[in-house]
Design a protein around this ligand. Structure first.
Ligand code: UFG
Length: 342
């Protein structure tokens, strides 16, 4: 029987590469499309080594519609997972046109090419950022979205709306938006993981680079928040668990199991963890001491957010499985692997 094929745009990136592995492990054919603006072939090589499959890769910018159209002409996928996007919150404030240009153009192109070619299923990478500072915790998919506090966050909200309106208008198109909480960790093989360019903006890569001696000291942004230990609270989701959520979303659409043509699911653990807790867990699990200091609050940070994941648990049959200990061990194993540390 011919296998279902999935186009993974941004498939050489952090979440994309882990998702490609899980799709292949679940029996899907995968085509990766990536412009390599914030990724490299090393991730694709990792995917190939882990799976033993020579996954095809097309170097293409999804914003270039005629080049992107050739991918649709060449490959017979019925499903797309769209990761290709710029993702740095601070950079989006400094250069909003880059973010509106890249993230909206590429998404409009993918949806319109799917419509043009009669392709049916799309999973969109959304984010917990759409909830902003929520009035009640944990957040469910019904929790109202708050006005975005960055152009990056705004692109996530706008793309969700584009998807909702497009599936309502174009027959046969189905969409699932996955609202990710904070993805962390690496594949247990340590062959793929997060590889930020320059100074990491996110907590866990900053921690692992500090442990590796690349950064001198981790700054904990604020210890005077109204939380039990004064630091911010997030829902840290293991990257492999997150990748598996994409597989079940695709399988739901391919199997005609969707209740509506547009669905939204929170993808997190359902547990809030503070920055101090995360740092202490990293130290304990990896048996090391981290150099850190308390620094002023970072502009734009929400105090606390974590997910109610009951909808994904019930409808997708998906649960976060890996523990924070396992995830933080995998993050350090990956950092050691890429730095050649024993
Ligand atoms: N933090 C530090 N020190 C650092 C980096 C982060 O203390 O060096 C803290 C932050 O203040 C925050 C927590 O660690 O309290 C998590 O910060 P991250 O930058 O790792 O994650 P965010 O929750 O800020 O970002 C996530 C996603 C973004 C998304 C954003 C929206 O990574 O893609 O949520 O809120 F846009």
């Amino acid at each position: 029987m011919k296998k279902e094929c999935v186009l993974v745009s941004g498939g050489a990136g952090y979440i994309g590469s882990h998702t490609a592995v899980e799709l292949i492990n679940a029996g899907y054919d995968v085509v990766i499309a990536d412009n390599f603006s914030n990724s490299d072939m090393g991730a694709v090589e990792g995917v190939r080594r882990i799976t033993g499959v020579d996954v095809p890769v097309v170097e293409v910018d999804c914003c270039d519609k005629s080049a992107f159209r050739r991918v649709f002409e060449q490959y017979e996928f019925d499903s797309v997972i769209h990761f290709a996007a710029s993702k740095a919150v601070g950079e989006s404030v400094a250069d909003p046109l880059k973010y509106y240009g890249n993230n909206l153009t590429s998404f409009i192109n993918v949806v319109s090419l799917m419509h043009e070619f009669g392709r049916h299923n799309i999973v969109f990478s959304s984010s917990a950022t759409v909830y902003g500072e929520a009035d009640t915790l944990p957040v469910t998919e019904q929790t109202p979205r708050k006005p975005a506090t960055s152009p990056y966050g705004n692109t996530k909200q706008i793309c969700e709306d584009i998807l909702r309106d497009s599936v309502a208008a174009y027959d046969g198109l189905r969409g699932i938006a996955l609202r990710y909480f904070n993805p962390i960790g690496a594949h247990p093989s340590a062959l793929i993981g997060e590889l930020p360019r320059g100074v990491p903006q996110n907590l866990v890569p900053y921690i692992t680079q500090t442990a590796a001696g690349i950064r001198e000291c981790l700054s904990i942004f604020g210890d005077d928040y109204p939380t039990p230990d004064g630091s911010c609270i997030r829902d840290y989701i293991d990257i492999v668990d997150l990748a598996r959520a994409h597989v079940v979303a695709i399988t739901r659409m391919v199997g005609g199991k969707c209740r509506k043509n547009y669905e939204i699911f929170n993808i997190g653990t359902g547990k809030g963890v503070s920055v101090f807790e995360l740092v202490k867990t990293f130290e304990r699990v990896n048996n090391l001491k981290l150099n850190y200091k308390v620094a002023p609050r970072r502009a734009g940070d929400v105090v606390a957010i974590w997910a109610d994941t009951s909808l994904a648990n019930k409808e997708l049959g998906w649960h976060a499985e890996r523990t924070l200990d396992q995830t933080l061990a995998s993050a350090w194993a990956w950092e050691k692997h890429i730095r050649g540390i024993e």
